[in-house]
Design a protein around this ligand. Structure first.
Ligand code: AHR
Length: 508
């Protein structure tokens, strides 16, 4: 059964703020099988690799144009000592990954391997430094090692390890979750540390750092406010202002609570709707943090970096609870598509977002089979691929004068249709999600200020919300061609129940 079509007005010639490509960013932590077995198999593996890096994973991710990759954590970052991960592999120190499964970390994947991975992916590195158990000197020297040219102790060490030229590293995290695993600090205590660390994170040559202060969990606006306040009143005139260029925030989507987050594949329709309400709260979250920042930075110079987001379910039965390995269904894909619509809407303040995490951990793009090595692209992967045209495009406002269909979910009201649009290089891309579990809906795109030609549409859906891909069913949830109908004013787009649709066309 179909409802009445929803009118959506889009002025294709009125460009809004640019959608930073970095909101399509990624995250790879030394956690479970994300690095080892996921990105990195070692040079002796039967799996085709370059310097130990899996080439099938690289190829799949290159198709997403991933703009950046955050590493080495997460909580792991605040226990990571970078000097343990350079030099001959056989001499590298072994440590225990106390956060994630208590397993041995042999440090075979270190700075040089990460930078090689970024080069293979054609992506920008985002390194998260250690504030929790590290030192200012350690962080400062890591930047010198990576980015300084000429001659200095760290440059000599880098050259000794086989790398002549400095790398370019722009994105730099000043710790992670410093209210928790990154040191259990108060906001005031961390704000002082952030000032200190930022001071000694230096720009070498034309490598201009973009420093990201470790931000709040969820809706803790006080944390953001403290960090914003502490950006002022600097004693030394010679330091770069602002001391940090962004404040981060982390927000995960769960259906239950932190003790029982819900099953990744076996969930009820009610749990599905609860999940969607939680995902949609990202709009409230970004609005809230942005409003606080406006008080101190009305011109929006400082960015929000949402460097951890995504679904977090109970681990797959039989897997190590510390490895955070979960399956990924059509529900996860819709969580991602809703996030992107919200990210596009906040293009003026949101500089970056990183889904947690890229391979084999939490809401992954890619799952690899530990025995056969087989690679599975998840439904979430396909949303990133279908949406990649929004990267660095101008956002377009979508008005729905008759409102959006909605449903009551406990105390909340959930809009069951979500739409965003952008324009780049003479092309317009629309993303439309129908979150209704059972009912289809049509959207009438009323396009003003231009005509759309060479229209192509794709759809991501499946029989059930619980549908997912696995080695024996690689394409259970995969994009397919979709028909849209030309109308007098633009286009009619049919959205089956629980579906994600993109429509692209040249604008004349
Ligand atoms: O992404 C998994 C973990 O979640 C990260 O290590 C940490 O920052 C967050 O709590």
């Amino acid at each position: 059964m179909s409802r009445e079509a929803i009118p959506a007005v889009v002025n294709v010639d009125v460009e809004g703020p640019q959608i930073n490509r970095h909101v399509y960013g990624h995250f790879a932590e030394h956690l479970g099988r994300c690095i080892y077995g996921g990105f990195y198999v070692g040079e002796d593996s039967d799996i085709p690799n370059e310097g130990g890096i899996r080439l099938d994973v690289v190829e799949a991710l290159r198709a997403l144009n991933i703009p950046n990759l955050r590493w080495p954590g997460g909580c792991f970052a605040d226990e990571y000592h970078w000097m343990d991960g350079i030099g001959p592999k056989e001499d590298r120190a072994v440590m225990i990954n106390t956060h994630w499964g208590g397993v041995e970390e042999n440090n075979h994947f270190g700075t040089h391997e990460f930078m090689a991975l970024c080069e293979l992916l054609g992506t920008e590195p985002y390194i998260s430094g250690n504030v929790g158990s590290g030192t200012v000197r350690e962080m400062s020297e890591w930047i010198e090692y990576l980015t300084r040219d000429g001659d200095s102790p760290m440059v000599r060490l880098r050259k000794q390890n086989g790398r002549e030229e400095p790398w370019k590293v722009k994105y730099w995290g000043l710790g992670n979750e410093t209210w928790g695993c990154g040191g259990n600090m108060s906001a005031e205590q961390y704000a002082m540390d952030a000032r200190k660390y930022a001071t000694y994170c230096r720009n070498y040559g034309d490598n201009k750092l973009y420093r990201i202060a470790a931000g709040a969990a969820d809706f803790s606006y006080d944390w953001t406010e403290t960090l914003m306040k502490q950006l002022g009143h600097l004693g030394c005139q010679r330091v770069e202002r602002p001391l940090y260029q962004a404040v981060s925030v982390h927000y995960y989507t769960i259906a239950g609570n932190w003790e029982n987050k819900g099953d990744a594949k076996e969930f009820t329709t009610d749990e599905y709707y609860t999940t969607m309400v939680k995902a949609a709260r990202t709009d409230e979250l970004l609005t809230g943090h942005s409003n606080v920042m406006d008080l101190y930075d009305p011109t929006k110079e400082i960015g929000i970096v949402m460097d951890e987001w995504g679904t977090w379910w109970n681990v797959e039965p039989g897997t190590n609870p510390g490895f955070l390995y979960q399956q990924n269904t059509l529900r996860d894909a819709l969580v991602a598509s809703v996030h992107f619509d919200i990210f596009h809407k906040h293009a003026d303040r949101l500089h970056m977002a990183n889904i947690a995490q890229t391979v084999n951990v939490l809401q992954a793009m890619i799952l690899t089979d530990p025995d056969s090595g087989a690679l599975v692209l998840t439904p979430t992967y396909h949303v990133f691929e279908m949406n990649k045209g929004h990267q660095d495009a101008a956002s377009l406002r979508v008005d729905t004068p008759a409102g959006l269909p909605s449903r009551k979910v406990d105390e909340a009201e959930l809009d069951t249709v979500s739409i965003s649009a952008s324009r780049k290089d003479g092309k317009v891309l629309f993303s439309l999600s129908n979150l209704d579990a059972d009912e289809a809906v049509d959207v009438d795109l009323d396009l003003r200020g231009g005509t759309l030609r060479e229209v192509a549409s794709r759809i991501l859906t499946a029989d059930a919300l619980q549908s997912h891909n696995e080695p024996t069913a690689l394409e259970a949830v995969a994009p397919r061609a979709h028909e849209v109908t030309a109308t007098e004013k633009g286009l009619r787009v049919h959205l089956p129940a629980h579906s994600f649709v993109t429509v692209e066309g040249s604008v004349a």
